[in-house]
Design a protein around this ligand. Sequence first.
Ligand code: SF4
Ligand code: SF4
Length: 176
Amino acid sequence: MASLKVIVRGSLKAMGVTLRNLFRRPITVMYPYEQRPVPRSWRAGGFALTIDPETGEENCIGCRLCEFICPSQIISVKMVKGEPRKNGKGATYAESFTLNFQACMQCELCVQVCPTDAIVMLRELHTPGFSREDLFYTKEKLLENGRRALENPELLSFTTGERIREWTSPKKGEPA
Ligand code: SF4
Ligand code: SF4
């Protein structure tokens, strides 16, 4: 008999929880129709290669530091020599640049090590893609993302965004 009491009490308790939650506002949202703001430090939205806004030149000098530091070994860069840049950033370029986003752990080491702030991380939710091919970034795809980021700096993750804002600041290099 005691066990029947326990069962009834337990069932009533469970029904009480159900009833209480029935009238609560849902905490889920109907993504993609409704979207929560993306945190400023979110950095799983893919990558971009930046372009000098003044000269339109690629900032990547093909040095391969990002390739060497990447713990997942998913970056591959081939360097070539070319014409000296107008912005004084040398005369070497990335002939090819690939990044396999599938195995990226978002550690951001590649961004931090880059001497020319050429590689940045994005904070948008849509970019990464729906197929494996979509997650394989070629240089062209990364530069296209870089052009979009130049038009809309809000796409940049906070830390990388901060770096590109410093880099594009007209006060860069002046004494503090
Ligand atoms: S953020 Fe991704 S691509 Fe960059 S170093 Fe880390 S694992 Fe490699
Ligand atoms: S993205 Fe930066 S670190 Fe990587 S090859 Fe280009 S210049 Fe070097």
